[in-house]
Design a protein around this ligand. Sequence first.
Ligand code: G4P
Length: 197
Amino acid sequence: MKLLEERIKRDGQALSKHVLKVDSFLNHQIDPELMQEIGKEFANRFAEEGITKIVTIESSGIAPAVMAGLYLHVPVVFARKRKSLTLSEGLLTASVHSFTKNETNEISISNKYVQKDDHVLIIDDFLANGQAALGLIDIVKKSGASIAGIGIVIEKSFQEGAAELEKLGYRVESLARIAALNDGEVIFKNENVEELV
Ligand code: G4P
């Protein structure tokens, strides 16, 4: 998605060879108009799938997921990383280990909002090692619902998440695919392809 790639080039900061900072439009301050375009793009890519629900994880997955829900006209459920005061019964849970942060979270959603007749689109902001996406897949499977695919805003293709999910047979639609973060520069996967042609 060109608009997103341009924004990453302009405002993204490669903090190291592994971490991209995008606090100015995705992870802290949020650009609603960019999110709207992102939502529209996910909705177009999954338009023929008969999606009935979107599942994401707090916190940065929520904005793009809500915008996709707006265009697909379906509700959005976000998995919680902490226990909620009002949400305690009928919880579906999964364990998510973050290699980046070296911590494990128990994530949960209510079985009231994702059920076996649902056809789910999973959305998240980043795809790195794939642990969050695998946790969401685990939870959706526990609900008995089916999975149409996974929509990712920024995929770091040099980490194993995307390959892992595709190996498991899931359709992964990433709006920006980063091949490498080199000396503070972001290199997209399609830039490499163009160079090779
Ligand atoms: P994984 O789920 O793909 O295995 O990712 P990992 O454990 O490595 O990432 C843990 C958290 O760090 C996730 O956010 C993920 O979105 C985020 N993350 C991973 N790589 C990057 C990166 O290069 N840049 C940025 N900005 N974030 C990255 P989280 O802890 O759930 O945060 P939030 O959703 O509450 O903002």
